[in-house]
Design a protein around this ligand. Structure first.
Ligand SMILES: Nc1ncnc2c1ncn2[C@@H]1O[C@H](COP(=O)(O)OP(=O)(O)OP(=O)(O)O)[C@@H](O)[C@H]1O
Ligand SMILES: [Mg+2]
Length: 291
């Protein structure tokens, strides 16, 4: 890996300004879709995420987790409050972010290798250098594909890969340009349990090597506790943070970690908090007794 980590591809932000230790600062954020009277997705949302921190966000379905991701990446503006990423107010789509979603969005006409090269062809800081230094960039792609176990599959097309392999390739594509912030919205949700657990390990390894800041949205509480330094629990819609759990289980975490009583206790306590929220949204509003 070391050979490919040339200065050209260093993990520095595009600006010369020092990056503050709080990378993401979400303060009093509200998002209402569809104008006045529309759906209030999140309200009074506050989060502070340190540089290099691995954060997981869990909460009942429809509570605004994907909306939170869109807000932080600048894909939708908040209707109130503010979001600061790397010291700057978010006012449009961010360039320092890598993203991966539940369904891999690999381009079917490009090989795995070419898919992972894509960010270098798109992100401006790399596009110019790519012409001069293609070999270094290609070496970086090969190294990352090796790290996730896809070294021999670079010339395969996405439809020739299993779901787990496609998701590994998606992770590579999200990370290849060394973004400061990785945003993952249920990236392993469509995979079987064994493949999912393998990918927890793959993601943890890359994160330990590269120490980028991560926000992971997941429905899988074991996944959250396996991977995250901090787990945030969101309330039912309109989403806001109702609990924050700092997870100091030692790293690297393994499947053995998931059998520890401490691990199970954290999972149970998170499950209770979410269950409380899910019950609230199912319960019918109280009605005055009729006679
Ligand atoms: N583009 C949109 N226009 C209008 N309403 C939207 C839009 N996107 C999401 N919503 C609404 O905002 C609320 C939050 O949606 P969001 O997708 O953020 O929830 P979620 O927590 O990611 O749900 P899930 O766990 O099911 O993925 C939902 O009520 C949803 O219907
Ligand atoms: Mg969602």
């Amino acid at each position: 890996m070391a050979a490919a980590q040339s200065t050209t591809l260093s993990n520095t932000p595009t600006s010369d300004r020092p990056v503050p230790s709080t990378l993401v600062d979400i303060s009093g954020v509200q998002l209402r879709y569809g104008g006045d009277g529309g759906t209030l997705a999140v309200d009074g949302l506050d989060m502070k995420i340190r540089e290099g921190e691995f954060v997981a966000v869990v909460g009942p379905s429809g509570c605004g987790k994907s909306s939170l991701m869109k807000l932080v990446t600048g894909l939708v503006p908040p209707t109130a409050g503010g979001i600061i990423v790397a010291g700057r107010e978010v006012s449009g789509p961010l360039k320092i972010v890598g993203m991966a979603f539940q369904n891999p969005t690999l381009l079917p006409w490009r090989t795995t290798f070419q898919n992972v090269m894509l960010p270098f062809e798109i992100v401006e800081a790399h596009r110019h250098n790519l012409r001069r230094d293609r070999k270094t960039y290609e070496a970086e792609v090969r190294t990352l594909l090796d790290t996730v176990g896809l070294g021999d599959f670079g010339d395969r097309f996405p439809w020739e890969l299993s779901g787990g392999m496609q998701q590994r390739a998606s992770l590579c594509r999200a990370l290849i340009h060394r973004p400061l912030l990785l945003m993952l919205d249920e990236p392993f949700g469509a995979l079987d349990a064994f493949t999912r657990e393998e990918l927890w390990d793959v993601l943890q390894q890359i994160w330990l090597q590269r120490s980028f800041t991560t926000i992971l949205v997941t429905h899988d509480l074991r996944e959250a506790v396996y991977l995250a330094d901090t787990v945030y629990v969101m309330s039912a819609r309109p989403g806001r943070i109702i609990a924050k759990h700092s997870n100091s289980l030692p790293r690297p975490r393994t499947l053995e970690t998931t059998y520890l009583p401490e691990f199970t206790e954290i999972v149970h306590s998170l499950r209770e908090k979410i269950r409380g929220e899910s019950v609230q949204i199912k319960r019918a509003p109280a009605q005055a007794p009729t006679r």
